[in-house]
Design a protein around this ligand. Structure first.
Ligand SMILES: *Cc1c(COP(=O)(O)O)cnc(C)c1O
Length: 476
């Protein structure tokens, strides 16, 4: 910004001027900014920046201070004062402007509408919780009976109800344990069963999950030795048998969730392997968290079937297809689960009360959004897309309904595109929609912005229209 001219500068300039009003208008803007004579009644907003304590005393901002903390409100006030100084906000509207600036919560994570068509999007926080799970989180977030038996007044088992819900959903499991995420479950298993020993794993299952997270590297950091068997494309039962010995801690199967190998391939299924291990634990990481088989995703392994086929332990994520909070689920034989629970590392990986609450409510409550959206039929999605395009068209925004495939995401079902529908807008919408007050993340394809409805809960359709119209309004 140009420095404001001093009064002396202006007086000197005016001294040379014949007709003051005319000459003033010809002054360069930075000189006009400092010119008192241009603002004889003191209406220049830059001279009337409301004071911080005056603003803080406004009832709306005082209430916001109670809700968000004074520091966040003061920061918003500071930004608005600058905008008043810059002449962007009239001083009389400062309070309104601060209210507009205030974040919705004291955390900066913002709700985002996921219109990517990727159901479980890791960058967007994976599974959205069901309203029942959100309510359970809120209820549990104060002091709660997570480890106290209110009947006896004694210490009780932590997370018992969530575990019971898991065991009911997966009857093939004798016991269950919940940790922070599936990576934590793998780390715990590798430490408790494999430290200083060997973990047998097929070369075709040395998986990188995403963002550089490589399962073999994680396993090795626990002090387990990896004993790789087979080749990239083929492994046989004999390969596994040859690798077993007194040093074997466990045999691991990892679901290659985000890729497929086709052609001359062979894998050894859990049922075949389980019969050949002579009591060595067989641990299967199925990743996606499907509890039971899903006809919608025929290639995706599930916990119940994998245990019934003979796995001793199964591991999965809570926030993928299960549709719950971030968590690592470990289910299987009671003796092994107990060993994991007693291991000192478990204490470092256990989940908090809000996760336990959300998990239980996801398992016992209504179908969570991920599974509802997974089951949404194409005709329904097309009808929604047509209705939304119609509403936008009526409001003067060019929009059409188009067919668009979507994906499970989160490393699940890579070969299984889900048919669906999207609203197509001009490509120029993508960025302002993402940066808007109510961010919407779509994607650009063939020169258009697509808002894919497979990942948008129907209850959010109105919010989607509002967000698009807000962007369009700013352009007109
Ligand atoms: C996603 C995935 C993981 C990692 O799960 P997080 O819950 O993100 O730690 C591990 N294994 C498999 C097979 C997966 O698909």
């Amino acid at each position: 910004m140009a420095p404001a001219a001093s009064k002396a500068d202006v007086a000197e300039y005016l001294g040379q001027a014949g007709s003051i009003p005319v000459r003033l208008r010809q002054l360069p803007p930075h000189i006009r900014c400092g010119a008192m004579t241009d603002d004889p009644h003191g209406t220049d907003p830059r001279r009337q920046v409301p004071r911080t304590d005056t603003l803080l005393a406004d009832p709306r901002l005082a209430a916001a201070g109670d809700r968000l903390g004074r520091d966040l409100v003061k920061a918003a006030i500071g930004r608005v004062q600058q905008r008043v100084r810059d002449g962007e906000v009239p001083p009389a509207s400062a309070v309104d402007a601060v209210v507009d600036e205030l974040p919705a919560t004291a955390a900066s994570l913002r709700p985002v509408l996921n219109a990517t068509g990727v159901l479980v999007h890791t960058n967007l926080g994976r599974a959205p919780l069901s309203p029942a799970a959100v309510a359970a989180v809120v209820a549990a977030s104060g002091t709660t009976d997570v480890e106290l038996d209110l009947g006896t007044g004694r210490r009780g088992p932590r997370g018992e109800a969530a575990i019971a819900a898991l065991l009911e959903a997966v009857p093939a499991a004798e016991a269950a344990l919940v940790v922070n995420n599936c990576a934590a479950a793998l780390a715990l298993v590798a430490t408790a069963l494999g430290q200083g020993r060997e973990l047998v794993l097929a070369r075709g299952e040395l998986v990188e999950i995403g963002d550089g997270f490589r399962i073999p590297e994680l396993l090795q950091t626990t002090g387990a030795r990896l004993r790789e068997v087979g080749t990239t494309n083929r492994v046989t039962l004999a390969d596994y048998r040859d690798a077993l010995g007194p040093d074997t801690g466990a045999v691991l199967k990892v679901h290659p969730s985000n890729f497929v190998v086709r052609g001359f391939t062979r894998v050894v299924e859990v049922a075949e392997l389980a019969g050949a291990l002579d009591g060595i634990p067989l641990v299967a990481d199925v990743g996606s968290g499907l509890l039971r088989p899903s006809p919608l995703l025929p290639d995706e392994p599930d916990l119940q079937t994998t245990l019934a086929a003979g796995a001793d332990l199964v591991l999965a994520s809570g926030d993928k297809l299960l549709g719950g909070p971030q968590a690592g689920l470990v289910l299987g034989r009671a003796e092994l689960v107990q060993r994991l629970r007693r291991h000192p590392l478990y204490r470092a990986l256990r989940v908090d009360k809000t996760t336990l609450a959300a998990l239980e409510a996801t398992l016992r409550g209504p179908v969570p959004p991920v599974r509802e959206l997974l089951a949404a039929d194409v005709d329904g999605l097309r009808a929604r897309a047509r209705a939304l395009a119609g509403r936008l068209g009526d409001a003067g925004v060019e929009a059409v309904a188009v067919d668009a495939d979507s994906r499970v995401g989160g490393g699940g079902a890579p070969e299984h595109p889900l048919p669906g529908a999207a609203v197509a807008l001009a490509a120029s919408f993508a960025e302002p929609l993402r940066r808007g007050r109510h961010p919407v993340v779509g994607y650009v394809e063939d020169g258009r912005t697509l808002l894919n409805l497979r990942s948008v809960p129907p209850a959010a359709d109105d919010a989607l229209v509002t967000a698009v119209l807000e962007v369009a309004r700013r352009w007109t």
